[in-house]
Design a protein around this ligand. Structure first.
Ligand code: SF4
Ligand code: SF4
Ligand code: SF4
Length: 368
C-alpha cells in the first residue's frame, strides 16, 4: 500500500502555537525536511492546515480543517478528519490508518524542521500574561536566558500537559534536544495559581476529543471543581479527589493528552497547597483575582431575628435554622441565586466577596 505523509499543522495547544509559526517562517526548511522524510518511506505528501490559513510553495496538496484537537498527531485521528469525521485517535502499534487507499503517517513542522536542520535548535513559545513570543534557541540554553525566571512565582513548562515548577527550579533547567516542553509560561506574584488552573482546565476541557469516558468526564469535572475553588463552593476533600482521579487517569486515559492533562493541576496543588487552602477554606484570594464575580450570600447574625421566612425561599435548601435561632447559609449548597434576600423583611441577608465572622453552630438570637 502506498504511504501518505500528512504534515499536521494544527495545534490544539493554545500555550504552544508552534506549528503554523514554523511553517510560515521557516517554510523552505520544513518543506526540505518533509521531502527527505517522505522519500525515505516512499510517500505522497499532504499538508493539513487550520481553516483560513494558506501557505504558498508547499510540496504537497493542502487540505484544511476546522477541527482543533491534541490528537491530530495521531495517524488514525488525522485520517478521520480527512474523511470528514471527528478527530479520534487509535494507538495500537500495529494499527494502520488508511485514507484514500494510502497508509497515513504524520509529521509536524517542528519535526520536519529538525530533519532538515538538525536537532541542536528548538522552538519554544514564551508566554506572559499579555503576549506569546516564539523563540528559536540552541539546545543547552538555560531557561533563565529565555525568560525572566528570577521574579517568577511559578513557571508552567509545557502547555495543556505541562507541569508547574517554581521560578528557582525553572532557572536551573536547560533546553534539551529530546521532547521536553514546547512552551514556557511565566507567572508573577500578582498571578493567582488557582485562577491560572481555571483558565488551563477550560482549554483542556475544550481540547479533549471525548473518545474515552475517563478523559471526557474528568476534564469536565476538573473544570467545574477548580472553578468552584474560585467561587467558594469547593471542599478540601475535592483536592484529594483530584489527586486520586489523576493517578487513575494518568494510566487509564486512552492517549497521551488524557494521560498528561492532569499534570498542571497536580503539580500546582503540590507546589501551592497554601494558595489552594486559602481559596477553599478561607474563601480568599490573596492576588485579588478570584471571588470578584462571586458575591457570597450570608445572614448577618447581629440582625437576624430567627423568623425562618427565608428557609422556604431557598431552592437549594441551603439555609439552616429554627425559630428563635440565628439562621445560617451553607456555602457549599448556596448557588448565589439571591431569592432569599427578598424573603427577609429584616434585610439581614447580605452579600460580600469575603465572608465576615459568622456562627458555626446553632446560636440563639441575641446570644451572638
Ligand atoms: S484521552 Fe482524551 S483526547 Fe485522548 S482519546 Fe481519550 S478523550 Fe480523546
Ligand atoms: S442565595 Fe439562593 S441558594 Fe443561596 S441561600 Fe439564598 S436562596 Fe438559597
Ligand atoms: S428571614 Fe431574615 S430574619 Fe428571618 S430567619 Fe431568615 S435571615 Fe433571619
Amino acid at each position: 500500500m502506498k504511504n501518505l505523509l500528512v504534515v499536521s499543522c494544527v495545534s490544539d495547544d493554545v500555550k504552544a502555537p508552534l506549528s503554523m509559526y514554523i511553517l510560515k517562517n521557516f517554510k523552505d526548511d520544513v518543506v526540505a525536511g518533509v521531502a527527505k522524510y517522505a522519500s525515505g518511506i516512499d510517500a505522497d505528501i499532504m499538508y493539513l492546515l487550520p481553516e483560513n490559513e494558506d501557505v504558498e510553495g508547499l510540496n504537497g496538496e493542502a487540505r484544511h480543517t476546522n477541527q482543533v484537537s491534541p490528537t491530530l498527531n495521531n495517524p488514525y485521528s488525522v485520517a478521520q478528519v480527512l474523511s470528514g469525521n471527528w478527530p479520534r485517535p487509535m494507538i495500537q502499534d500495529d494499527f494502520v490508518a488508511v485514507f484514500e487507499d494510502k497508509a497515513v503517517q504524520v509529521i509536524t513542522p517542528e519535526a520536519a524542521y529538525g530533519i532538515a536542520k538538525g536537532f541542536d535548535e528548538k522552538f519554544v513559545a514564551v508566554n506572559t500574561q499579555d503576549k506569546t513570543e516564539i523563540k528559536k534557541v540552541a539546545v543547552g540554553t538555560a531557561v533563565a536566558d529565555i525568560c525572566d525566571t528570577s521574579a517568577a512565582k511559578a513557571v508552567l513548562l509545557g502547555g495543556l500537559k505541562g507541569k508547574f515548577v517554581t521560578g528557582p527550579q525553572a532557572s536551573e533547567l536547560k533546553i534539551q534536544a529530546e521532547e521536553q516542553f514546547s512552551s514556557i509560561t511565566v507567572f508573577t506574584s500578582s498571578d493567582c495559581i488557582v485562577d491560572a488552573c481555571v483558565q488551563l482546565y477550560n482549554d483542556i476541557y475544550t481540547a479533549s476529543c471525548g473518545k474515552c469516558v475517563l478523559c471526557r468526564e474528568s476534564t469536565s469535572q476538573f473544570k467545574q471543581i477548580i472553578t468552584e475553588m474560585t467561587t467558594g463552593k469547593a471542599k478540601m476533600t475535592d483536592l484529594d479527589m483530584i489527586k486520586e482521579m489523576s493517578e487513575i487517569i494518568s494510566y487509564g486515559a486512552y492517549c497521551p493528552f488524557g494521560q498528561g492533562m492532569t499534570k498542571p493541576i497536580t503539580s500546582a496543588m503540590e507546589l501551592f497547597a497554601d494558595e489552594f487552602e486559602d481559596h477553599i477554606k478561607r474563601k480568599t484570594c490573596k492576588c485579588g483575582k478570584c471571588y470578584k464575580a462571586a458575591e457570597l450570600y450570608y445572614i448577618d447574625p447581629d440582625e437576624c431575628i430567627g423568623c425562618g421566612d427565608c428557609i422556604d425561599a431557598c431552592p437549594e435548601d441551603a439555609i439552616e435554622g429554627k425559630d428563635g435561632f440565628i439562621h445560617m447559609i451553607d456555602q457549599d449548597l448556596c448557588e448565589q441565586c439571591g431569592k432569599c434576600v427578598s424573603a427577609c423583611d429584616e434585610g439581614c441577608i447580605k452579600t460580600a466577596t469575603k465572608l465576615p465572622k459568622l456562627p458555626k453552630k446553632k446560636t440563639k438570637v441575641g446570644k451572638w
